[in-house]
Write a protein that binds this ligand. Structure first.
Ligand code: ZN
Length: 167
């Protein structure tokens, strides 16, 4: 039981780190999703979305963090890694997690539209692929969802201002 509690505390601690990266992304007008890659008790990498900043459709937080973690580890296989993502990964990112052979994925809130882990596709558990990933969901879920809602609410408000007719 104690071990389980310690595990939950560690998951929340790393998710807070991913949330910080999500907030940093929001400051750059990026969709506020953050991710960190951890091995044992060591942080290998942390990143937020950078699609606009890098003008790169693949620069989701998970991809950016996996790239850096692989460089640091000197290995494109991250078999001991636990990946923390604030939002359920999309098809591209879930596929990348399988390619990297990560051990475990922890995510905060579901992406009810494009999530490819539990919502759609079930990529991390698919027996059609040659690696399956343990998944824990719902860690700091409300915080992870709230920052997304805040971002899209602000964006809709900005759009509404732009659409105001000239008077
Ligand atoms: Zn993605």
């Amino acid at each position: 039981m104690l071990t389980e509690d310690a595990g939950i505390r560690a998951d929340e601690r790393w998710m807070r780190r991913a949330l910080r990266a999500a907030r940093d992304a929001m400051l750059l007008d990026e969709v506020p999703i953050g991710c960190c890659v951890v091995v044992g008790d060591e942080l290998l990498s942390v990143a937020g979305n950078r699609t606009r900043t890098l003008c790169d459709p693949t620069a989701h937080a998970e991809i950016v963090a996996l790239r850096e973690a692989s460089w640091i580890a000197g290995n494109y296989r991250l078999t001991d890694a636990v990946v923390y993502s604030t939002i359920e990964p999309c098809a591209m990112c879930a596929g990348a997690l399988v390619q990297a052979r990560v051990k475990r994925l922890v995510y905060g809130a579901r992406d009810e539209r494009a999530g490819a882990v539990d919502t759609q596709f079930g990529i991390c558990a698919s027996s059609s692929l040659n690696h399956q990933i343990h998944v824990t969901s719902g860690v700091l879920e409300s915080e992870c969802r709230a920052i997304m809602q805040e971002f899209f609410r602000a964006r809709r408000k900005a759009d509404a201002v732009c659409q105001m007719p000239d008077v």
